[in-house]
Design a binder for this molecule. Structure first.
Ligand SMILES: Cc1cc2nc3c(=O)[nH]c(=O)nc-3n(C[C@H](O)[C@H](O)[C@H](O)COP(=O)(O)OP(=O)(O)OC[C@H]3O[C@@H](n4cnc5c(N)ncnc54)[C@H](O)[C@@H]3O)c2cc1C
Length: 442
């Protein structure tokens, strides 16, 4: 076993929780600081009177190996629930329930010609034959394919129609940014996984993952760290807390916040601890915004949005997705209560971040109506609303290569974790936490 050390983790999102879990398993003494009153960060679950709502991550796939392992070890495996309905694609005029794991369903897609479908299959088989691993959570495997945007890559290799009707709905409903902004490596990793993909969620909410991982960890909620300093004489790290006169001292720290927060927290460290390259990587990280409104549908028919309805086709879409909670959290909603969430894309979310609630609610409803025209003009009752300015780190072209460089430079006593060091998924965040913990000897 490694030397037992006194270590701190800042942030209780998936990355921080995984880091704390692995450090604890290795026998280290761990204190975790979280500025909010509850754990989870972007996997938090809002507990309403009659329903629990995942306000960030909703689902995971069979391609999240670390999450599956942790769900088994923490006893949460029994709460896994399969989301087995198709994703409904809508171009406003026409809808198609597309089961991404079914070849038959793929051949039924109405917007693509047979020639285009065969082109997609040839391209996917070509990727699989390369036998390259495309692990979404491992930037080392994606860095080789990181030279152009998804839009450029898809148009060049697959053509415009496939790009708009198949590629965009595979990315934009889940990450909120545009395919013009993101690296082609993300698309290739997804394309390689699609043939066998299956979606799941956790009955009772994704936040349980954070709670389970922190079970034996000393956690200080409502405690914001404002500064990380290094003390060369003792080779220890000092944390300064908001509204506290005392500082706290550790042998090392894992900063598991978002990138801009990590940059601010470590601003006073010299370049032997945080290199100029790492500093600019943190400062330059862009995030997509996401505003989400959940509606109680009562007797209103929401149309068949399956587990998720996603816009397809050319043009800018304000709606990212329309998710039916009864498909993903069925034991938490009261009988006859159907709650549907409208998730808005980055550009529209940005416009709404500072608008009053009634404007946000009306806009979200109108956007949903564009793709589900049977909805009435008057919005259903809104049960919850979340505005996130920094929802999803954008993996711009070149970003995966810079992640590899950043990760190679990581060394104790100050180490970083977070989804901006992988792809923004629960698995990516967990794996970044595991990798960070490994640097302290686990
Ligand atoms: C709307 C939305 C939907 C998503 N859907 C999915 C999905 O369906 N499936 C999927 O796999 N992924 C999804 N994701 C992505 C996934 O949720 C994230 O990638 C992941 O949860 C990020 O975890 P993290 O630990 O890196 O960051 P965070 O969860 O943001 O954690 C950072 C934590 O640090 C705390 N903190 C920050 N500063 C300080 C400080 N100074 N002192 C103390 N604490 C501090 C914050 O309060 C926060 O709790 C979604 C994300 C969003 C926003």
């Amino acid at each position: 076993m490694a030397d037992v050390r006194k270590l701190a983790v800042i942030g209780s999102g998936a990355a921080g929780c995984a880091a704390a879990w692995f450090l604890r398993q290795a026998g280290h003494h761990v204190t975790l600081y979280e500025k909010n009153e509850a754990p989870g960060g972007r996997i938090q679950t809002w507990q309403g009177e009659t329903a629990s709502i995942n306000t960030g991550a909703v689902f995971f796939t069979n391609f999240y190996p670390l999450l599956w392992e942790l769900l088994g070890e923490t006893g949460l495996a029994r709460r896994i629930m399969s989301c087995d309905k198709a994703v409904v694609l809508s171009d406003r005029q026409q809808r198609y329930a597309y089961n991404v794991a079914s070849v038959r369903s793929f051949f039924g897609i109405p917007w693509l010609s047979m020639k285009e479908k065969l082109r997609v299959i040839r391209h996917t088989v070509g990727l699989l034959l390369r036998k390259t691993r495309f692990d979404l959570a491992d930037p080392r495997q994606l860095a080789r394919f990181d030279h152009q945007s998804i839009a450029d890559y898809a148009r060049q290799h697959l053509g415009d129609t496939i790009y708009h009707y198949l590629v965009r709905p595979a990315i934009e409903p889940y990450w909120y940014f545009s395919c013009e902004q993101a690296s082609a490596a993300l698309m290739m990793a997804l394309q390689a996984e699609v043939p066998g993909v299956q979606f799941y969620t956790l009955r009772g909410g994704m936040e349980q993952i954070a709670r389970a991982l922190l079970k034996d960890v000393s956690v200080r909620f409502r405690t914001e760290v404002v500064d990380v300093r290094y003390m060369p004489d003792s080779r220890q790290v000092q944390l300064r807390l908001k509204d506290a006169s005392e500082t706290e001292v550790f042998d090392g720290v894992i900063v598991a916040t978002q990138a801009h927060q990590a940059a601010a927290l470590t601003a006073s460290l010299d370049e032997t601890l945080v290199s100029p390259e790492q500093r600019s990587f943190l400062a330059e990280q862009k995030y997509a915004a996401c505003v989400t409104v959940w509606f109680r549908s009562g007797s209103i028919s929401m149309g068949d949005c399956g587990f998720q309805l996603a816009p397809t086709g050319p043009g800018t879409h304000g709606l990212a997705a329309w998710t039916d909670l009864s498909q993903t959290e069925s034991d938490s909603a009261a009988p006859n209560e159907r709650i549907v969430g409208a998730w808005l894309r980055d550009a529209l979310s940005r416009k709404l971040l500072d608008e009053p609630d009634d404007v946000v609610i009306r806009t979200a409803w109108q956007e949903a109506r564009l793709f589900s025209p049977e909805l009435p003009e008057q919005p259903a009752e809104a049960v919850h609303l979340v505005r996130r300015r920094c929802a999803i780190p954008i993996p711009e072209p070149g970003r995966y290569r810079r992640m590899v460089d950043f990760r190679q430079r990581q060394k104790p006593p100050v180490v970083f974790a977070g989804d901006y060091l992988a792809t923004a998924t629960v698995e990516g965040a967990l794996r970044s936490g595991q990798t960070a913990a490994a640097l302290f000897g686990i």
